[in-house]
Design a protein around this ligand. Sequence first.
Ligand SMILES: Nc1ncnc2c1ncn2[C@@H]1O[C@H](COP(=O)(O)OP(=O)(O)OP(=O)(O)O)[C@@H](O)[C@H]1O
Ligand SMILES: [Mg+2]
Length: 307
Amino acid sequence: MSSSEIITANNLTKIYGKITAVDGISFSIRKGECYGFLGPNGAGKTTTIKMLHCFSPLTGGELEVDGMNVRSEQSNIKKIMGVVPQEENLDPDLRVFKNLTVYARYFDIPKKEALERAAELLDFLQLKDRMNSQIRELSGGMKRRLLIARSLINNPKILILDEPTTGLDPQARHLIWQRLRLLKKNGITMILTTHYMEEASQLCDRVAIMDRGKILLEGEPKKLVADEIGTEVVEIRLEDENHNMILEQLGKFKFTYEKAGDTLYIFSNNGKELLPSIVDMKHTHLLHRSATMEDLFLKLTGRGLRE
Ligand SMILES: Nc1ncnc2c1ncn2[C@@H]1O[C@H](COP(=O)(O)OP(=O)(O)OP(=O)(O)O)[C@@H](O)[C@H]1O
Ligand SMILES: [Mg+2]
């Protein structure tokens, strides 16, 4: 492990009965970066993350967190980690503030400090006025913010977030993004999973795209898109769904394409030069836009449904 790396995984494997959920993956995460795991349902993201925070034992491979081996130093690893799980697991018998202070006991945080920290964190996640609410009275977005507050109670060096904004409205999502960026500025290392490609682009320095337990591709979001897709995309839907004529007309240009149902996606580094040949056709939808992580994700993992 070099001094800039805080997590290294080699040949990490998890097998549940007949299912290989994580299939011998290797990666390393640098201090202070935000690293994202992307992948369709069932890709193995949560399983990978559960091994990182010592919730699920490894079937095979090696995993080191901040110089500690996950097989032998679980309790020390847990001390430096904050975890926001995919499934909400707040204590329904405790009110909001109490959820934080009781959680602080697991880390032996002195009472006075725990009270101060809980108040600060509720403020940070805009939940101060709900401190005496019951958990059942909170909206989905409030519960998620409370989970994030709880994950920070021990001032963790590494923060793990399994789908931090799934199902939240844009307001809640943007607030969470702002807060996560602030935490990152203060030096925390962040590992997250998400199905929102914009979230990955907004937050992650590097991402790993997983499918069927393996990492297909890893790198900086912008660079991955530029290398694998190009810079621009033209989307076309035609009334008669006959895309062949367009492809013939565009024959002289350099591009790749994909047909998906009623839509033709044209990937190119100069979409503008293609447009004059297209505008005259009887289209129902024509969009010239920048290439995104979503284009890359679909290219790598396909359009078929999972599970
Ligand atoms: N406790 C378990 N017992 C048996 N199989 C499991 C268990 N947990 C996960 N799996 C299986 O392992 C595979 C990976 O699941 P995992 O939850 O890691 O996927 P994921 O990438 O997090 O998916 P999602 O995006 O839906 O959250 C799936 O096939 C899942 O059914
Ligand atoms: Mg998951």
